[in-house]
Design a protein around this ligand. Sequence first.
Ligand SMILES: [Fe+2]
Length: 313
Amino acid sequence: MNHIRVNGLRGVELAVFDLKQTVEFYCNSWGLEEVATDGGAMYLRGTGAEHHVLTVHERPRAGLVAINFSADDSRAVDGLHARALSMGVEVIDAPHVLPAIAGGGYGFSLRSPEGQALNISCDVEGHAVTVTDRSRPEKLSHVVLNVEDIERQERFFCDVLGFRLTDSTARMNFIRCSSYHHSIALARAQGAGLNHMAYEIPNFDGVMRGAGRLKKAGYGIEWGVGRHGPGNNIFSYFIEPNGFVTEYTTEVDTVDESTHVVGTPDYWAGLMNGPDRWGLAEPSKALREAMSGKFTDERNMLCEDVISRKLAG
Ligand SMILES: [Fe+2]
C-alpha cells in the first residue's frame, strides 16, 4: 500500500454533558484509565500502547467531536495534508507540533464530506502496555458512522486517506487502513452521526467479564453477546451515560492483502440471516434508537430548552 496513508485508528473524541459522570463510567465501569486532564477535557487510555483512546470534552451539547488516526511519519502527514488540499477537501489546520499533554507528535485535521473532524498524527508518545486485567479495553477497535451518502463518504476515506473496502453488506461498508478488518464502518442512515464506537478486549473471557462488570454497575447488555459476519468479531453493546453506543469486541479478523476478496452484499445475505452468526442476539429497541443518535439528540434538546428558559427568565 501507498506510504501516504492513514495506518491506524488511535481514538475518538466526544463532547459530553457531564465530565465527572462520564469519566466515572469510562474509568470505573468501562475499564479505561485517566492519562491527563486539560481544562474541560480528559484523556483516557486503554491497556495498550496508545497514549489515549478516548478524549472527553465537557460541553453543553453532546456529540462526536473527532476521530483520531495515525500515520507512519511526518512525510506521510505532510503528504496526506497536500493530497487533501489538492482534492479540495476541507482542511481545518496545517500540520503542526501537537500539545504535549495529549502525547505530542505532529499532525493536522481535516473534515469528511459529512462534517466529521478527523485528526491525523504521527510520533505521538506511547505507554508501556499494562495488561493486568483482560476484561479491560486494549485499544479502540472501530468507529461506525451513520452516513447519508455512503458512496461519497467511502470515496473520501479511500481516495484521500488511503482506506480500502474490506466487506460490504446491504446496510454497511467496512473499510480498513491496516491489516485489521475495519477501523471505520459506514452505515446507511437518514442523517450523519456517530452510530457506535467499539473497544477491543483481549479475549472472549474478557468480553464476558467486562459485560458482567457493566451489568453490576447498572448497564445491561443491549445487544449480544454475539458474533458478527463481516470481521467475525464477538460483540457486546451498551449505552453509556450520554446516550452513545459503545461496544466490547474481540477476535476481529485480519486481512491478507494478497488473497482478500471483498465480500459483497449478496455474499453476506446468502451466508447469514442477520448480523449475528450465532443467531442468538437481537438488539434492544433502545439500542437501535441510540445508534440513530436519538437519545443524545433528545438530551441535547432538553439542555437547550433549559438554557433558553434560563436566558429568558
Ligand atoms: Fe461494532
